[in-house]
Structure formats: structure tokens, C-alpha cells
Design a protein around this ligand. Structure first.
Ligand SMILES: *Cc1c(COP(=O)(O)O)cnc(C)c1O
Length: 353
């Protein structure tokens, strides 16, 4: 397969770079183009989305003895880097039919606590979250910063603003399955230059200051090179995705047209439809997986964040997260997949369910 010339050109620059490490000029360049593309004051390039979440939470003060508030709909890749900080988790139930936190439950869970350095939201499947401004109000009243895990949400927008720039810091993955792919990689966006410096410090083994703990979370020049080559086409990738999503939604059976609650413009990382008859949902998942459409419960063991053995000590009843995780069916919108063929497979699976 022939590669776009810009990918070859940027990779050649990385190969010829006398310092292709995280200190490469290409990494600095990638960061400034990331900031410009997402309209954020600062970007810190990292070697994964997990690194972005761990570094951001740590930079905001997460450590043993503190607790991070997180939506009960959050998947394992969101939760694990938070657990790695040593902080405890406080699960907040999500809204009906959206992975966004319910502001009332958030308020209840925060009552009387002063050990919370950050809250984490995740615009799962690329749908911007309803009631985000209410959630921000509840957090701001208590001085708690919001981390957005925007790993699914490159290019999703609300009122002209990018998901990942709505809170204090936005964390993105550029793993090969995400809408911006560098194979492995990630980055963090923030409007707070001091916070960007703290994230950078942690990700650079704390500059060996011997005082604070750090990790090596730097990306190499090769990661930055691929990112630079592909960032320019992100908008086109997202536009194509939106178009294919609308086509798919117009072709799937009427019973599968109920989407999750969202605001603004999703990037349609997935099209997610809800099937409230949960026995039928289970059969639909099975039939889709037989047809080669691997949905999240099979592919990623997706379930409510409260339901994993590693989160048991923080578990509480979160009925909306449970219903969402069970009723949601993730349909693929990949380039190269014909919407008509996908819709046919989905219609067959629906009939069999
Ligand atoms: C992919 C992903 C991550 C982790 O990113 P990596 O780059 O794989 O470490 C975190 N959160 C969500 C929601 C993701 O989809």
C-alpha cells in the first residue's frame, strides 16, 4: 500500500534526527500543532492515553489518601491509570442513557469530603455529554478540577468547542483504534501552563530532581512524526465518519434508532444504539458477534466501572450505569466499511435476536 508522502517526509526527518527521543524538535512541533488543531493553549505529547490520565491526575494531586471522582460508566482504560496513582475511586452514577455524570449524584457524593483532587468524565463512543455545564458548576463550587478522558472524542464539539477543552485538562489516546492514530501514543491539553509543566515534569522522570516521583511517559520523534503527518487530515476523517454514521442510522431497523443522549456534534467513534429489552440486547450482541461485529462487552469486557474485581472495594449501586452498559450496542463506523453492508448485517442480527 502506498503511503501519503507527508508520512514518509516526517518519518525521514525522525530517522535523520540526531536526538529522536522525547526531547526531539519534532515532539515540540507536534505539541504546537496539537494545541492549534484543538484550539487549546497548551499540549503535552505523551506515549499513551493511559500516561496522559495518570500524569494529569497525579499533577492535580492524586496520590494515596486522596480520592478521584469518576463516572460509573467509565471503562477499564479510564479507570486503571487513576487506580495507578494510588488514589481511591468514588463512583458517581451517570445520567439516564449517557455516560456523563449525574450532577445531583455528584453533589451527593461530594458532600462533606475534602480529599478530592480531581473528577473524571469520559465522552464514551465520541458523544459529547449532556449536562456538562451543570457538572462543572458543582465541581467549581468546590474547587475541584475536571479531567476529560477524550480518548474516543477527537474532533467532537459542543458549541464550537472541542471535547477535551471543556474542563481543566483533556486526555487523549492516539492508539491505532482511535480517530487520530500514531500506533501507540497520547497527549494532554490544558489552558493552565503551570499544570502543563507539572504533567511534563512527571512524564520526564521528574527531571531526576530526586524530590518527586516521575515516570518516563515521553513519546519518541517517530510517534510525533506520524502524528504531525496525520493531524492535518483529522477534520476530514471526522467529517467522513459523521456522514457514514448518518447513512448507517438511516439504514438500520427502526427499532435500533434510539441513540444515547448527547449534545453538540459527536465524532461517531461508534454509533451507539440502545435496546431496552435487555434479554433481546444480549441476543443481539451474540448475533452481531457471530456476524463479525464485535461489540464492546465482548471486545473490551465493557461493563459498569463498579463491576470489576479490581474496583470492588469502591463499588456502589449505580443503576443508570448498569442499564447503559447493558442496553448499549456499539456499531462500527470504520472507513472501509460500507454502511449498507453493515446495516444489512445489523438488520439480520436484529431479526435473529
Ligand atoms: C484508548 C483509551 C484509553 C487508553 O489509551 P491508551 O493510549 O491505549 O493507553 C483511555 N480511555 C479510553 C476511553 C480509551 O478508549
Amino acid at each position: 500500500m502506498s503511503r501519503p508522502p507527508s508520512e514518509i517526509a516526517f518519518l525521514t526527518r525522525a530517522l535523520n534526527d540526531p536526538d529522536p527521543s522525547g526531547r526531539s524538535q519534532l515532539v515540540a512541533e507536534y505539541e504546537s500543532v496539537l494545541a492549534r488543531t484543538f484550539n487549546a493553549p497548551s499540549a503535552v505529547a505523551l506515549n499513551s492515553g493511559s500516561a496522559a490520565l495518570e500524569a494529569s491526575a497525579t499533577a492535580l494531586g492524586a496520590r494515596p489518601g486522596t480520592s478521584i471522582v469518576v463516572s460509573a460508566a467509565a471503562p477499564l482504560p479510564t479507570l486503571m491509570p487513576l487506580i495507578a496513582t494510588g488514589a481511591d475511586l468514588v463512583f458517581v452514577d451517570c445520567l439516564p442513557d449517557s455516560p456523563g455524570m449525574d450532577p445531583d449524584d455528584l453533589d451527593r457524593q461530594l458532600a462533606g469530603r475534602s480529599d478530592i483532587p480531581a473528577a473524571v468524565e469520559v465522552a464514551l463512543w465520541g458523544y459529547p455529554l449532556p449536562q456538562q455545564s451543570k457538572v462543572l458548576d458543582v465541581l467549581e463550587a468546590r474547587g475541584i478540577p475536571l479531567i476529560e478522558d477524550a480518548s474516543h472524542a477527537h474532533g467532537a464539539r459542543v458549541d464550537g468547542r472541542n471535547v477535551g477543552t471543556l474542563g481543566t485538562v483533556g486526555c487523549f489516546s492516539t492508539h491505532r483504534m482511535k480517530l487520530l492514530s500514531t500506533g501507540e501514543g497520547g497527549f494532554a491539553l490544558t489552558a493552565d501552563p503551570a499544570l502543563a509543566e507539572k504533567i511534563r515534569h512527571y512524564a520526564r522522570i521528574a527531571n531526576l530532581d530526586g524530590v518527586s516521583l516521575g515516570r518516563n511517559f515521553k513519546p519518541s520523534a517517530f510517534t510525533a512524526a506520524i502524528g504531525l503527518a496525520r493531524l492535518g487530515s483529522l477534520h476530514a476523517v471526522v467529517d467522513a465518519r459523521r456522514q457514514r454514521a448518518q447513512e448507517l442510522l438511516s439504514l438500520v431497523p427502526a427499532g435500533l434508532s434510539r441513540q444515547i443522549n448527547f449534545v453538540g456534534e459527536p465524532n461517531y467513534y461508534n454509533v451507539v444504539v440502545l435496546v431496552d429489552d435487555l434479554r433481546r440486547t444480549e441476543r443481539l450482541h451474540a448475533a452481531l458477534n457471530d456476524a463479525g461485529i464485535t461489540t464492546d462487552p465482548v471486545r473490551f469486557r465493557y461493563k459498569p466501572g463498579t463491576d470489576h474485581p479490581i474496583t470492588q472495594k469502591w463499588a456502589r449501586q449505580c443503576a443508570n450505569a448498569r442499564h447503559l452498559a447493558t442496553a448499549a450496542v456499539q456499531l462500527p463506523v470504520d472507513p472501509g466499511r460500507n454502511a449498507g453492508e453493515t446495516a444489512d448485517l445489523v438488520a439480520c442480527a436484529w431479526e435473529r435476536s
